[in-house]
Design a protein around this ligand. Sequence first.
Ligand code: C2E
Ligand code: CA
Ligand code: CA
Length: 753
Amino acid sequence: MSDHTQQDDALFFVEDDTIPSDVSQNTQLPDWNILIIDDDPDVHTATMFALNGLKIQNRNLHYLHAYSASEARHLLIHSEAIAVILLDVVMTDENAGLQLVSYIRQDLLMRDVRIILRTGQAGYAPEVEAIRDYDINDYKNKTELTQAKLFTTVTSAIRSYEQICTVSSNRLGLEAIIKASARLMALSDIQEFAETILEQVLDLILHDADAFICAINFSDFSHGGEDLSKGAHIIASKGKYLDWNNQAFVQVAERKQQAMVQKALFERKHVYEVDSVVLYFSNHESVSMGMYFDTGFDITTSQIRLLDMFCSNASVCLENVALSSRMHNLAFFDPLTGLSNRLHLLQTLSASLRSHKKYDSVLVLVDIDHFSETNDALGHHFGDFLLCAVARRLLDHFGDACQIARIGNDIFGMLGHEEMVAPEMILSLFTKPFLVDGQKMQISVSLGLIKLSDYELQAADALKDANIALKRSKIHNRSRYTYFTKDLGVEIRERVRMMHALRAAFERDRLFVVYQPQVNMQTGKTVGAEALLRWRAEDGSFIPPDQFIPIAEYSGLIVNIGEWVLRSACFEWKQLSEHADASFRIAVNVSQAQFSHPLFLQSVARAVVDSNIPPDRLELEITESMAMTDPEVLIESIAKLKTMGVRVSIDDFGTGFSSLSHLQKLKVDKLKIDRTFVNQMSSTSHNASIAKMIVQLSQSLNIDVIAEGVETQEQADLLMSFGCVFAQGFYYSKPKIHTEFKDWLSRAQLLPK
Ligand code: C2E
Ligand code: CA
Ligand code: CA
């Protein structure tokens, strides 16, 4: 038993084998406190006399005196560690003694103190229940209590007091360990873990010891090395070692400390010496820690037991810490750039949205233009370097002023004060080229921004909205920036909803193709049909192609859907042509996204071969606006289609701005007069003149011309008068599903026109 342990009254260790002789000689052990309660002063004197000279475990007795119940109460409240109470049961009134016992046990909750009841009155004895309930050690008639008897009674009471204390201190120690583990388990950072351990160990053993913890991280070393303690760093410290924190262990520690710590780390065990201890903690994998502290005395075996227990618990927790800090790293940081990742940004974002920062913060998404092309062209390795260089530049400029994260392949997220992360500023960082792998790379970025103050948002929504703004920048202002607005949100959300529905509809075969005849107005013969896509929604309603085709194009779904339409139409041709003229053609609309897809020509060739359609019976309709973009690529593709024998027509002609020379170069087979010119032909002469002009243009180019959207005989007559022979429109037939179209064809062929 040492002075130190006594200071911590929660943990009061007592054990016979724990007192090294040298310590007991030098250290004055505290007395056993004995409280005598009796209204007769003689009893006090007699008791002291009887016990004179009694030493139990080298500790003297110290007496406290109370002459009444109230004095006793006062003493009980104000004295510490009373081992034994010698109490007169009767005192002034019959129940005063027992009332006092009840007060000690039930009110003061003093469970450890041993109570010996004495009475001067022969024949008076408390009930058996009282003795049991109040945990009374002994009941003696004063006359029975000879000196020898008192001696043994008090000795055994002190012994049992001591045992009770050991048991309860062990219990408290275990409780402390359990509580400590719970706290340690919740930590995810090694540093914090070490600080907590330091505090907890000292709480268990001795409060104000000087101590430090040094840790060694094996993942920093290639292989163990001879002197493990060389790599160790002090990660927590206290008392006189306080300024050792964060220093290399070997640089600050004394020789003896070095020897002890090294032994602990090498032999993987605790090292107990006369006046100091090193506790060893390890997660069996990457981290080993040694906690050194000065005890100034030899600690007891029960303290050692407790420490052992504590340490093995703590090592389990340390495993958890290492795991969770590694998981923390994996979970919150991008391994390539070391920046925060999307999840981490979301966390900060969500904290910002809940704080005053909301009012002046802005979230910016920075997307590298054409990154995937760069990646494909120069390799992923290069792409990775480029991403790191971008991360570096953002960090160099913004540093800690805002949070920078990599939230997607080539998308960075920045969150900070709106003045800090201004879009012009960010864009200006990309005016200088990046040096990647010795090469100068000039890149541009598109930004999507959202001001957090403008909306009531969850973090994930803010990110989505910023992404919407980014998409908008990509589509409309490549290399520029867009702030998110509510309208933008509504529009894009609806699009996204529809895109998912469209994908599902395609997968569930809710899309189908209808056919609208193209006729020779002069002969009345059906010369072909245009394949038009239809979508019947779950509720049976039809969604107009003008609404869903742009979404299919925007999302890229059109590539698969369009191929499916093409193949369906090619396969349908065979059956349709049996009901029509041998020269019957099928026209299929092709979007820009399909046309510019690298595998487009192959997919056309495959459709033609698989369906066995003669290639010149297939006509692909491209819009005039498409014909205007990327003319070089288009000319080449059309040329290839033509070598296959497939025909090409320009749809919606008159709405774009094709020049004559351009048209000549394109070498298409047909122009399709847009229906707006046809529909309004009869009412305004201007539109009539446009239709007429297109017919003339086709004649001068020596290519076919067809009018679409013909609804009346009058329109048909007018078109014929211009020299236009072919037409398509409700006047002849609405688009029909293939079975109905076949019936219609059979009947139409019979009708003389
Ligand atoms: P478009 O290529 O100009 O197709 C002609 C549109 O005019 C069709 O509309 C047709 O139903 C409609 N129409 C035909 N005759 C008349 C008429 O006399 N009066 C009026 N007012 N309209 C008439 P639809 O089927 O609603 O298709 C709209 C657009 O959707 C098409 O315009 C085309 O650009 C696109 N589309 C339809 N199917 C496909 C497809 O499979 N692939 C692609 N890429 N686009 C398609
Ligand atoms: Ca068309
Ligand atoms: Ca058209």
